[in-house]
Design a protein around this ligand. Sequence first.
Ligand SMILES: [Zn+2]
Length: 197
Amino acid sequence: MTPLDKAHIALRPASALDEPRRRQFLGQSISALALWGLGGLGFGVRPRAWANAFEPLVVDNATWRAWLSDAAYEVLRDEGTEPPRSSPLDRLDDPGTYVCAGCFLPLFSAEHKYDSGTGWPSFWRPLNEAHIDTKKDFKLIWPRTEYHCARCKGHQGHVFGDGPEPTGQRWCNNGVALRFIPAGEALPALRQAPQSS
Ligand SMILES: [Zn+2]
């Protein structure tokens, strides 16, 4: 099994998993439920699912144009790719959180960032898989796995199977599609659709 296969398995829904993995998944789910229960009882333990809930953000094109720079619009709304080494986030090594530049949904943590040498900010896992959607991209001759923000559908980058352990994944992201929030700074409130749209 190649690392990319592993990445796909990690992204597949539970129903598509084979039986041993499904059992493992169920075990983890039960553990998560147990943790949820403890959290509810005031033990201070909150499963990741706590932060998953969000409403999709759907706004018209004029609103995106008003919100985004031309470079961010080209990547997020037109699935463009920024030139390598063009983003200051590529070399940034500070602790913090990377949120979607379109809607501010948290997508990556600096804890999972590494220097891939490609010239694009790279991560070995997303902060929360529920915040990311993927699709096959046939823009090049060979298929790649495109991924985008699950809330606003803004294009972020592509995931490859040549990343470091423990996942073997390389989430290759456009820096202009992210906004970095340093550790200790409050995350921005999720962007909301204007009242009129
Ligand atoms: Zn977004």
